[in-house]
Design a protein around this ligand. Structure first.
Ligand code: MIC
Ligand code: SF4
Length: 758
């Protein structure tokens, strides 16, 4: 049986194995390698046979770890349970962080969550116990922070059922967000399959100073690459500036690579990581990483001539970086803070900030909070408090206890800061706001990573802007979005005006060490075979899964168009979170949220569509889907660019599958969502000519032909039959491999695993 921890023995074995595999790959490629390639190829299932340079190659990889959070682990474990495998094949952990609602502060909110979610936590705890998974209780921290503090290690490969898993790239790990079905593969001992990514290099020079923070690096990269610029790419940071950024600061940057749709982001191993490993009591791993340094950075030739080895090179001079805010509604609308006043005027954003929020899995490090405290101290010196409610989410119990001991939290509290549970809370719509009437147009400023419409409080009228924690703290003091923290003045309690000075560089690690607290951790039983997992048959929150039916071998002929989405359609639009998080373990119940946030291309309204059979207009999408299903019909969804951007939640694929979706046809897909669709047996198709999107009419019937000869690389023929009887033929593309086509045929990937396990 393997240990759950990344022990020195475990890591040493991984480095030895990587060395072997890379020797084979180097012989084959005979060229210098980037860091991302070293970790990828160092984890190949078959280094000799793998297709390394094919245009549409898939890599079969052997990740070292799996991490899951409570909102996605339910579905992952329900699927794992179906596969009937006694114990997970690699070290795996579950983290209870998404289901705690922020309402009255840490303690009460956590207690309420324990009560509200008892059934779900019990399921996760007993399933973890049975299958040999480490379990982190509610309140222990947010998955990515806990993983960074305990499990991440340089050169390792991890998959996690959460899109911000790449946070561990701050510790030189290749960590990727996946849907639960991918996690099931790896837990079942099968390889993880991923499109061979291209590698984008980001060269950092100079050094951060003044207000500029690691967050600004990624906000600027988001502005440059946009939300789809990272699809099927790894973002590899390098250059002399990289080592000047703290390990946790690097984590902020790699965490938010998810906003670019990147497969992962990664920094080379350096002194900041070594110090972080030692400070988190993993000195032996730091020693090992030093020994294997050559595995943990790009070959020197790469840095000398980056243009030759990266698909694209972006250069950022940290010394010249200005603090930024991004938003509203998308993370790639980036502006330097000096331009906010003009944006408020031209875009009519509400200038009053209703709430400022810091922390989350992205930005709650010791350094972040210490820089915030510097800003807070300036306010205290002038006798003022935050002008808005100011909420603080520590990323873990370790960080919370440390900033309590060192006094930062008390000082933040003294200007009005309120501490929330060590959990996701308002970042994922688990936020009960009392200070504003629901649905009022308002501005919030956060140090989070995601700002899609309706994300934080369920209201599309809330405009969320994101920046570094120190910048958000400055906005909390002024209460106005048009404020420029670098030049505008605030008024002290004595009536005199003052300007803030940039926070001083802060220590990335506490001088007295972290307050280690492992009381939130529960190891699994040594032998879980007799552990019972209970799912009550009448439960509203959990439901055992029924296998999806295999494909009947026939073409899809004249399927009704259920919905055509316009513009950005993220997984938050397809399967909204907030109140729906309650039903993440109950596929039938959660499916009532399907596409309810998506904008209908014909009506401009969110969440409703026409029932082509009854003729009724503006009906809730899930209702129409259920009606089609009851009539024995499959149906099709059409979408725009980067469809399924954002989260890893596979409910955005499973709900459509349950309610009868046969295919999703779009201009382009986000990586995780496309692979979630494949896993669940839905055909993800793209328009060969993106302009064909316009040809799809509201009352169309869609046929997909020649499916019996579906094969990798070959187009699929579609016929749009319009209401007037006319037809248009269009060509669609897909990226299914032979193996993935077998998932479609079997009805789902899980059906294939089950067959293999037998
Ligand atoms: C998110 O940030 O969107 C989430 C909530 O963490 C999701 C996971 C989920 O929907 O459960 C993610 O990023 O994958
Ligand atoms: Fe939680 Fe938000 Fe981080 Fe997702 S992005 S893991 S919801 S804190």
């Amino acid at each position: 049986m393997h240990a759950i921890e990344s022990t020195p023995d475990f890591v040493a074995q991984i480095y030895a194995k990587m060395t072997e595999r890379l020797a084979i790959v180097r012989k084959r490629l005979n060229r210098p390698l980037t860091l991302a390639e070293k970790v990828l190829y160092g984890h190949l299932n078959d280094p000799q046979g793998a297709d390394l340079e094919g245009a549409q190659a898939y890599l079969q990889l052997r990740p070292d770890r799996v991490a899951m959070q409570d909102a996605t682990a339910q579905m992952a474990l329900l699927q794992f349970a179906q596969a009937d495998i006694p114990r997970v094949a690699v070290p795996t952990t579950v983290h209870c962080d998404h289901l705690i609602q922020a309402r009255e502060g840490a303690e009460r909110d956590t207690l309420r969550a324990l009560d509200d979610n008892k059934e779900v936590y019990e399921f996760l705890r007993t399933a973890s116990n049975r299958y040999g998974i480490g379990f982190w209780k509610p309140g222990a921290g947010i998955i990515h922070q806990v993983v960074l503090e305990n499990y991440a290690f340089p050169g390792g490969m991890m998959i996690g059922t959460d899109s911000h898993t790449p946070n561990a790239g701050g510790l030189a790990m290749f960590a990727s967000g996946v849907g639960g079905a991918d996690a099931v593969d790896v837990m079942a001992g099968l390889p993880w399959e991923v499109r061979a990514p291209k590698i984008i290099g980001v060269k950092l020079t100079g050094k951060l100073s003044g207000w500029a923070a690691p967050k600004d690096v990624i906000l600027v990269v988001c502005g440059i690459l946009t939300v789809k610029g990272g699809t099927n790419a790894v973002i590899e940071y390098f250059g002399p500036g990289a080592s000047s950024i703290s390990c946790t600061g690097k984590g902020t940057i790699t965490n938010m690579g998810a906003e670019l749709g990147a497969t992962t982001s990664i920094f080379p191993f350096d002194g900041s990581m070594e110090r972080y490993l030692r400070a988190t009591e993993r000195g032996a791993l730091a020693d090992l990483a030093r020994r294997y340094q050559h595995l943990l950075a790009a070959d020197p030739e790469v840095e000398l001539d980056p243009g030759k080895f990266y698909a694209r090179v972006i250069e950022i001079d940290l010394s010249a970086l200005e603090p930024h805010l991004v938003g509203p509604h998308t993370p790639d609308l980036a502006r330097p803070v000096s331009k906010m006043a003009a944006a408020v005027a031209s875009e009519a954003y509400p200038d009053d900030i209703s709430v400022a929020l810091i922390g989350s899995c992205t930005n709650s490090s010791y350094e972040d909070i210490s820089r915030v405290t510097d800003v807070v101290e300036q306010a205290r010196a002038h006798g003022i408090k935050a002008a808005t409610p100011f909420l603080v989410t520590p990323g873990s119990e370790q960080i919370r206890a440390t900033i309590v001991r060192d006094g930062q939290l008390e000082r933040i509290g003294s200007i009005g800061g309120q501490v929330l549970a060590n959990a996701c809370g308002p970042c994922i719509g688990q936020w009960k706001r009392d200070e504003i009437k629901p649905g009022t147009r308002n501005t919030i400023v956060t140090s989070y990573n995601r700002n899609f419409p309706a994300r934080n409080d369920g209201s599309r009228e809330t405009l969320a802007f994101m920046g570094s924690p120190e910048i958000v703290a400055a906005y909390a003091l002024s209460g106005r979005l048009s404020f420029n923290p670098m030049t505008d003045s605030l008024t002290g309690s004595d009536g005199r005006s003052f300007t803030l000075t940039a926070p001083k560089p802060a220590p990335d690690l506490p001088e007295r060490g972290f307050v280690r607290d492992l009381s939130g951790y529960l190891p699994p039983a040594k032998d879980g075979a007799t552990v019972r997992i209970d799912v009550a048959p009448d439960s509203k929150r959990l439901q055992l899964l029924q296998p999806f039916a295999p494909w009947d071998g026939k073409d899809f002929v004249q399927l009704p168009l259920l919905f055509k989405a316009k513009g950005s359609c993220t997984t938050d639009h397809i399967s909204p979170a907030g109140p729906w998080l309650r039903f993440r373990g109950h596929l039938d119940n959660i499916s009532d949220n399907m596409l309810t946030g998506a904008v209908n291309a014909f009506t401009g309204q969110a969440g409703t569509t026409r029932n082509l059979l009854s003729g009724e207009a503006n009906v809730a999408v899930p209702k129409v889907a259920r009606d089609y299903k009851a009539r024995g019909l499959r149906w099709v969804v059409v979408g725009d660019e980067n469809y399924g951007e954002g989260s890893s939640r596979e409910h955005a694929a499973m709900s459509p599958r349950l309610l009868g979706c046969a295919a999703v046809v779009v201009r382009s897909f986000a990586r995780i969502h496309e692979s979630n669709l494949k896993k669940q047996g839905i055909l993800p198709l793209t328009f060969t000519d993106p302009a064909d999107y316009e040809k799809v009419r509201e009352t169309d019937r869609v046929s997909l032909l020649g499916l019996a000869t579906l094969r990798p690389g070959a187009p699929v023929e579609a016929v749009l039959r319009h209401e007037d009887g006319s037809e248009e033929r269009i060509a669609l593309r897909h990226t299914l491999s032979a193996e993935q086509i077998a998932w479609f045929v079997a009805g789902s990937a899980l059906n294939v695993i089950k067959r293999q396990a037998r």
